[in-house]
Design a protein around this ligand. Structure first.
Ligand SMILES: [Zn+2]
Length: 467
């Protein structure tokens, strides 16, 4: 571990994500809300606008003794149950919603974590006979031929409050970086990544930079494949499952040549581009060159947005057709036209999709958009390839690198001699699942913390916020 301990200690307090669209991470950043700062090649921390709200909710949920000291008030309305958290904060829950979310073993299978209650047999006008605030949660009595009682933990009710929303998930934490990352790139050791207690794996997968080196990997395909499978299932593609290749054009793609490759993301021609890519240079003999290029797409996007908002807007809205057609037996194009270079969800940048080599004919521009669009990708390219953005590193056998393919672009310089690479793609969902499981253990969310002792079955709380 080389990186300065300050940054990593902060990030390990959170539930950071490689993948920007990840779920319930908390943001403990002190940076100005919603504003990414940047300066020449600097490391930038982003902060969401709702970090304060999340902290408040977390404190409320975690501080169960505070909740118990003064129980929330509860009463029944015509259509809703109204909870008073304090004298000015109220949450309302529709009766039908509460009944549908009962988590007793009759209504929710405690092992499979699947709904058992027949939602469609609940009378639309159902109303509790009475509600009671208890230290462990809200008790709700339902009318029925055989009466039914539900108990909802306070932390879960607060987290789930939708009228009004009280604890929105802030954007996942990321630290944006430029070329100066070379002074101190994020690194874990192979021993950490493989250790049985999974602590090192959690540290590795909690990475907030969008890439990470793994040092001390045996320079064999077997060890590298084992390392890849620590994250999750390998995603099989037209390049195989776990790949091991040289510049012999064994597959119809420029990756299999000695050509220089500009910064790009992989599999832009998939509807769902591969989530993570792990690669390892096993051998380079009889030649030079072949340095690896890494560029933080989110960092470059933040600069583009600041300096050229109109270009940013075009790259965020214009779908870019792409293809993979170098193999006679494969012809890939994404099924959706919704494939801009910069993809957003709820206003937050969640994915960069860029490979100029794989771009298809662009017919979807309006005539008056053609020149502005070319201006926009020219500006994007200029920022991507500026010395401030580019991180060049000469990899050697023993050091693997994993890259978030939805955020960090990679490339290489031309080379000669024999260069043998191996690696794999791992899906975003597999990665997110692994990180969620590790987070339950090493950094549980407040609701899980609050309910684990009373409501865990088969190692997972029935009130886990993801359920
Ligand atoms: Zn029930």
């Amino acid at each position: 571990m080389i990186r300065g301990s300050t940054v990593l200690r902060q990030s390990s307090r959170c539930l950071p994500r490689w993948a920007s669209s990840a779920g319930s991470s908390r943001n403990t950043s002190a940076a100005p809300a919603g504003k990414a700062r940047f300066s020449s090649g600097s490391v930038v921390r982003t902060a969401g606008p709702s970090s304060q709200a999340a902290d408040t909710a977390a404190a409320a949920a975690a501080g169960s003794s505070v909740v118990h000291a003064a129980l929330p008030t509860s009463r029944i309305d015509e259509k809703k149950v109204v909870l008073g958290w304090d004298e000015t904060t109220y949450s309302r829950y529709h009766h039908i919603w509460l009944r549908d979310h009962c988590r007793c073993p009759e209504c929710f299978h405690p092992i499979t974590k699947q709904r058992l209650v027949n939602t469609f047999e609940i009378p639309p006008d159902i109303q509790p006979t009475h509600v009671q605030s208890k230290p462990e949660g809200l008790e709700v009595h339902w009318p029925s031929t055989h009466p039914h009682v539900s108990l909802y933990p306070w932390s879960w009710l607060r987290y789930s409050s939708y009228d009004p929303p009280l604890s929105q998930s802030p954007p996942s934490e990321k630290i944006l970086w430029g070329s100066k990352i070379l002074q101190d790139p994020p690194t874990v050791t192979y021993a950490e990544a493989m250790a049985e207690d999974n602590k090192g794996l959690f540290k590795w997968l909690s990475n907030v930079f969008g890439f990470c080196f793994i040092a001390g990997v045996p320079a064999t395909p077997e060890a590298t494949e084992e390392l890849s499978r620590r994250i999750g299932f390998i995603r099989e593609t037209q390049y195989g499952t776990f790949w091991d290749f040289t510049s012999d054009l064994a597959k119809g793609d420029t990756a299999y040549t000695t050509l220089a490759l500009g910064a790009h993301t992989d599999t832009t021609y998939f509807t769902d581009p591969c989530g993570l890519q792990l690669f390892h240079l096993l051998e380079h003999t009889g030649g030079t060159g072949g340095a690896t290029l890494l560029v933080d797409g989110f960092y470059v996007a933040s600069i583009l947005k600041e300096l050229h908002p109109e270009a940013y807007e075009l790259l965020s809205t214009v779908p870019v057709p792409t293809h993979a057609a170098g193999e006679p037996e494969a012809l890939y194009t994404p099924s959706t036209r919704q494939t801009p270079v910069l993809k957003h969800e709820d206003g937050e940048l969640v994915q960069v999709r860029w490979n100029n080599d794989d771009r298809s004919v662009i017919r979807n521009l309006k005539p008056d958009q053609v020149e502005p669009w070319y201006d926009a990708i020219r500006l994007w390219y200029k920022l991507l390839s500026s010395p401030d953005s580019e991180y060049w590193v000469q990899l050697s056998p023993g050091t693997a690198v994993v890259v978030d393919n939805h955020r960090v672009l990679h490339g290489r310089s031309a080379f000669n001699g024999k260069r043998r690479m191996c690696g794999a793609y791992i899906g975003t969902d597999e990665y997110r699942s692994k990180l969620a499981v590790l987070s339950e253990r090493f950094a549980p969310d407040p609701v899980t913390q609050d309910t684990a002792a009373s409501a865990s079955v088969n190692g997972r709380s029935v009130w886990h916020p993801a359920l």
